[in-house]
Design a protein around this ligand. Sequence first.
Ligand SMILES: Cc1ncc(COP(=O)(O)O)c(C=O)c1O
Length: 309
Amino acid sequence: MEKAEKIWINGKLINWDDAKVHVMAHAMNYGTGVFEGIRVYQTPKGSAVFRLREHMTRLLDGCRVMGIDPEIEGKIYGLEDMIDAVKATVKANKKVDYIKPCVFLSGERAGLNPIGVPVSFSITCIFMGPYLSGVSAEEGAKVMTSSWHRPDNLCGPAGAKVNGAYVTSCLAKREAVRQGADEAIMLNSTGHVAECTGENIFICKNGKIYTPQTSECILDGITRNSVIEIARDMGYDITETQITRTQLVSADEIWMTGTAAEVVPVTSVDGRTIGSGKTGETTKKVYKKFQEIVTGKDPKYERWLEYIN
Ligand SMILES: Cc1ncc(COP(=O)(O)O)c(C=O)c1O
């Protein structure tokens, strides 16, 4: 990760090193925040944020479910204010490919009661490069099934990017990396395939594509939704459904989708080879189309790009 020059916090752009919170901040101790991860791409028309509106809508939905009012120093931030703030932050930095907005309880408070704790809103830019950096486009990723389950809707809002909920993803990721895998797949409490630590999952079998439905306690990924639309437009049959481990390991192709990871092929699950053991043709086609779209080379999907200048 390369850090950027400026971080936006509570309406001000400040130097990276000055963006600090107190150790007694409620969010620091109890994970009471909601965040987003958003990609910025270089296009022929300059820098473009991919699906900014959808990301900020999900952030606000997450705030609503957590009961966090995005009221920062007396100003209530709505969708348009947040979009403008993100654009201003990207503009203020030189080299950005990833943005992380976060609304969190920054007030110093001992005890769990979150009511009345002051809220902060930060927007951080970085240059991330490829997220799963060790994975080659041809060889694909090795994944393992985690012993940690995807928390379900009775443990918290599974469809929101709540800071504290990511401890499970961190545990699963650590387990996977320690065992030599690139990524972990988490099952849900009914034993179905849910998603990876920071990515949704797709399988392809006999030319048809399947992905876990949102009621399977997954994050309703914005890349997932984009890939569903793109693949349907390409003529593929896609079903959102329940997926078992048997269906997963007997798939012809598997790929993951996420803002950070983008579209990443999976060629091995728990030591079992998937398909030919190399990235499959459908994965390659979907990946290629996705890359064309995000880099502004397909006018049909320009509505997904929010240009900075
Ligand atoms: C747990 C989890 N699942 C899936 C995703 C993919 O979602 P998106 O495509 O919106 O980045 C993410 C990343 O945000 C995630 O953290």
